[in-house]
Design a protein around this ligand. Structure first.
Ligand code: 2HA
Ligand code: ZN
Length: 277
């Protein structure tokens, strides 16, 4: 039995494939990480090797010391993951300080974990604490409609939240806490990791202006489903804005309050108060 047959690895590969088929991973676009459960680590232990050196993460994540992550490789193409997983993804181990990682499986033809490793690990760090260890998946991709909206909507959490809530009745139920937005920043480093993880304290979705989206969730289905919901809503908004700059009718603040009551979700007042266009 090879490591690839493990359920969590198959699910990871399946989501990578689905994301690619949706057009969210052109070339080497996007990256993906999963924080392993102890039973996952037990299952794959026979396949792990500990002879590679530790490397600096670039950020410090002490609460992730000793954790293992399944991650995509830097410069690797999502399109190739299902055919050649061992060349394109890796399992990494965080050291006992939370400052360094080493590859213990995968990237068999060489390479490093995703260029966005600092953002992934800082997001995992925040989410591990505030969800009492529940969130395990961080997913980054480049969906066209969300990115298009970052050129025409004001880059404010309240504007994106309210507009996307209004585009589909399920949205306030799927992401009641709202959506965060990061202004354009250079990707791949510490600064964007800090900005994103701050917003992850409040939200499960963070949009990077003119770049893409980051999402966090408990499992693969929930995290991928969240991005599907946000991007579908963004697609509707793009169509609406393309037809008219005025909505004739919409889901109103009153409607949102009724929805919140019946579906038992708390919609923050800052977003209920905000009517955008
Ligand atoms: O190319 O998506 O953000 C990988 C990326 C960087
Ligand atoms: Zn990206």
């Amino acid at each position: 039995m090879s490591l690839i047959k493990e359920e969590f690895i198959r699910e990871f590969i399946d989501i990578a494939n689905e994301g690619y088929r949706k057009g969210w991973h052109e070339r080497n676009g996007g990256n993906f990480s999963y924080r392993l459960k102890s039973k996952d680590i037990e299952c794959i232990k026979p396949y792990l090797t500990y002879d590679k050196p530790f490397n600096k993460i670039g950020v410090s994540v002490p609460n992730l010391k000793g954790e293992y992550f399944l991650v995509t490789g830097s410069g690797k193409y999502f399109r190739n993951i299902p055919r050649k997983p061992e060349e394109n993804i890796a399992v990494i181990e965080i050291d006992s300080t939370g400052d360094n990682y080493r590859i213990v499986w995968g990237l068999s033809k060489g390479g490093r974990p995703t260029s966005e490793l600092p953002t992934h690990l800082m997001n995992h760090s925040v989410k591990k604490d505030i969800t009492q260890n529940k969130h395990r998946v961080i997913y980054h991709c480049h969906p066209a409609n969300i990115i298009a909206l970052t050129f025409v909507l004001s880059l404010e959490d309240a504007v994106f939240t309210r507009e996307l809530w209004e585009m589909a009745t399920e949205c306030p139920v799927v992401f009641p806490e709202g959506i965060g937005v990061v202004d354009w920043m250079v990707p791949g480093g510490r600064d964007i990791a800090v900005a994103t993880s701050r917003l992850m304290e409040k939200y499960n979705v963070v949009i990077w202006a003119h770049h893409g989206i980051f999402a966090s969730g408990q499992d693969f289905d929930e995290t991928f489903g969240l991005v599907e919901t946000v991007e579908k809503s963004a697609e509707i908004l793009v169509k609406v804005l393309s037809m008219s700059n005025e909505k004739r009718q919409t889901i109103t603040t009153e409607n949102l309050r009724d929805l919140a009551k019946d579906f038992n979700v708390a919609l923050p007042d800052e977003f209920l108060k905000r009517q955008c266009f």
